[in-house]
Design a protein around this ligand. Structure first.
Ligand code: NAI
Ligand code: MG
Length: 499
């Protein structure tokens, strides 16, 4: 399957370079490059251009030069975005294949969920282009304030390596709908699917320069976007550590920043829960994409009397999961993204009493960054393992004795991205909604999302929102005009023209 990469991406990516600036494929000004590899077997996939500040500057200027014309016609934007959604659906197989090879997400999900979700975002925001209108404020007899929303101009976007197609669509769709243009830097670990997306957008009729893609590394290609004077706002998805740096640079430049960061999300199972469903949710949430999901609810809190039964159920479900080559449609769990990520997960789990739960069907590919899915029931609650985001397939199960303790443990983290709560009590569901400090609470479900459902981190999980009308609102600025028809009177008085 790896051989196909050349057939799946535009030929110019190989002959000219992988920077997409002003509708043209080109290489970095200094001709720098880096190798893109597959997490499945560490195989070399292609050479990508390594953008630097001068390339970021070129991309921003290209985006700026078309910003006014792009902002002009919301109807055209809407029609174009619908066509992009169609192109994405038409090329599900190609997009899915690239995303699987480059990021390790199983092909059974990339050709279905990734593609449908990405296309759905373009559809949703296509419908919003003419609905992001303003309002009026009556200010007295002959005076009205018009409150309008206008695009910022150029948005600089930087994204994470997991779910790369969805991540790209999550940034591009609302940014375009609001009439902005964009320079997007996908993560260096999985940039390839964004290149095909660029080609499909062009095929759909996207004007040159409206979307620009910079392949490369954060400090070289991402950081210059944040400080560039023509970039009016920054949208970032990634780790908390990098998020802090991005926010500091944006703060120095007095720019707004949207941050979608990590999590350490709880899944809470009360004694009145539908236990088989709760267990299947815990397994799915923890092991989905090999645990590399920002909203993974792998910190599982269970009512003490149920804990043994719950772990037995989880282990039985996990035992049937196939871990291995994600290009195989039978596989549910693929590799971790990189050797660094594998080393990090190994470091966090060192010394913890963890049980491998997928032994029966564990088939790692030689050279790949595979880690066996595990369940942990005994660990030190103040350890790095207990506190840090793991981003690997490890479920940590911890008992609680009272409802109060459940809420307290759920919130015992600096993060606040998501939570999944399992109960048949309306009272507990209500309390979960009110008491858990996070951006999205799933009650008797998990990872249930749509393009219209806003999600954004509370606490150290971020600033701002993705998806929904709320995401679009962040990409427009408010302009107020005050119109007076009856004649303005200065408090200092005035003279008539004849005196
Ligand atoms: P990362 O923070 O290492 O990298 C994210 C992006 O930032 C990459 O494109 C990288 O090149 C860039 N970058 C690195 N240093 C930079 C700098 N100094 N200036 C500008 N850009 C820089 O994150 P990683 O490891 O790629 O992604 C995993 C993290 O992303 C996890 O913490 C995960 O929870 C989070 N994430 C959050 C999501 C959300 O919606 N809340 C969704 C997906 C991932
Ligand atoms: Mg890769």
């Amino acid at each position: 399957m790896h051989e196909n990469i050349r057939d799946l991406l535009p030929a110019e990516c190989f002959s000219r370079g992988t920077l997409w600036i002003g509708g043209q494929w080109c290489c970095a000004a200094d001709a720098g490059s880096f190798a893109v590899t597959s997490p499945i077997d560490d195989r070399h996939l292609m050479v990508a251009s390594r953008a630097q500040a001068t390339d970021a500057d070129r991309a921003v200027r290209a985006a700026k030069s078309v910003a006014t014309s792009w902002a002009g016609d919301s109807g055209k934007r809407s029609a174009l975005m619908l066509r992009i959604g169609e192109e994405i659906r038409k090329h599900a197989q190609e997009l899915g294949t690239i995303e699987t090879v480059d990021s390790g997400r199983p092909i059974s999900e990339t050709t279905t969920d990734s593609v449908q979700h990405a296309a759905g975002l373009f559809d949703y925001y296509a419908g919003l282009t003419d609905k992001l209108h303003g309002s009026t404020v009556p200010m007295g007899n002959d005076t009205t304030a018009l409150i309008e929303r206008e695009p910022f101009g150029v948005i600089g976007a930087i994204s994470a390596w997991n779910y790369p197609l969805l991540n790209a669509a999550t940034k591009i769709a609302p940014i375009l709908a609001c009439g902005n243009t964009i320079v997007l830097k996908p993560a260096e670990q999985s940039p390839l699917v964004t290149l095909l997306l660029a080609a499909l957008m062009q095929q759909a009729g996207l004007p040159d320069g409206v979307v620009n893609i910079l392949t490369g590394f954060g400090p070289e290609a991402g950081a210059p976007l944040i400080t560039h004077p023509m970039v009016s706002k920054v949208s970032f998805t990634g780790s908390m550590e990098t998020g802090r740096r991005v926010a500091a640079a944006a703060g120095e430049a007095l720019k707004g920043v949207i941050l979608e960061l990590g999590g350490k999300s709880p899944l809470v199972v009360f004694d009145d829960a539908d236990l088989p469903r709760a267990a299947s949710a815990a397994v799915f949430s923890t092991f989905k994409n090999a645990g590399q999901t920002c909203t993974s609810c792998a910190r599982v809190l269970v009512a003490r009397p149920l804990i043994e039964q719950f772990v037995t159920l989880c282990s039985a479900i996990a035992a049937d999961l196939r871990v291995g080559d994600p290009s195989d449609p039978e596989t549910q769990i693929g590799p971790l993204i990189s050797a660094e990520q594998l080393a990090r997960v190994r470091r966090l789990i060192a010394g913890v009493d963890a049980r491998h739960v997928c032994e029966k069907r564990y088939r790692p590919v030689p050279g790949g960054h595979f880690f066996p899915p595990m369940i942990v029931t005994k660990y030190a609650f103040d350890s790095d393992f207990a506190r840090q985001e793991i981003f690997g397939p490890i479920m940590a199960v911890r008992p609680f004795d009272t409802d109060e303790e459940a809420w307290q443990l759920a919130n015992e983290t600096e993060y606040g991205l998501a939570a999944s709560v399992w109960t048949s009590s309306l009272h507990r569901a209500e309390r979960a909604r009110r008491l858990i400090e996070c951006g999205i609470v799933w009650i008797n479900c998990a990872h249930t999302l749509s393009a219209g459902t806003p999600i954004g981190g509370h606490k150290a999980s971020g600033l701002g929102i993705e998806h929904g009308v709320e995401a679009a609102e962040q990409y427009m600025k408010v302009k107020t005009s005050v119109l007076m028809s009856g004649g303005w009177h200065s408090p200092f008085g005035m003279r008539s023209a004849s005196t």
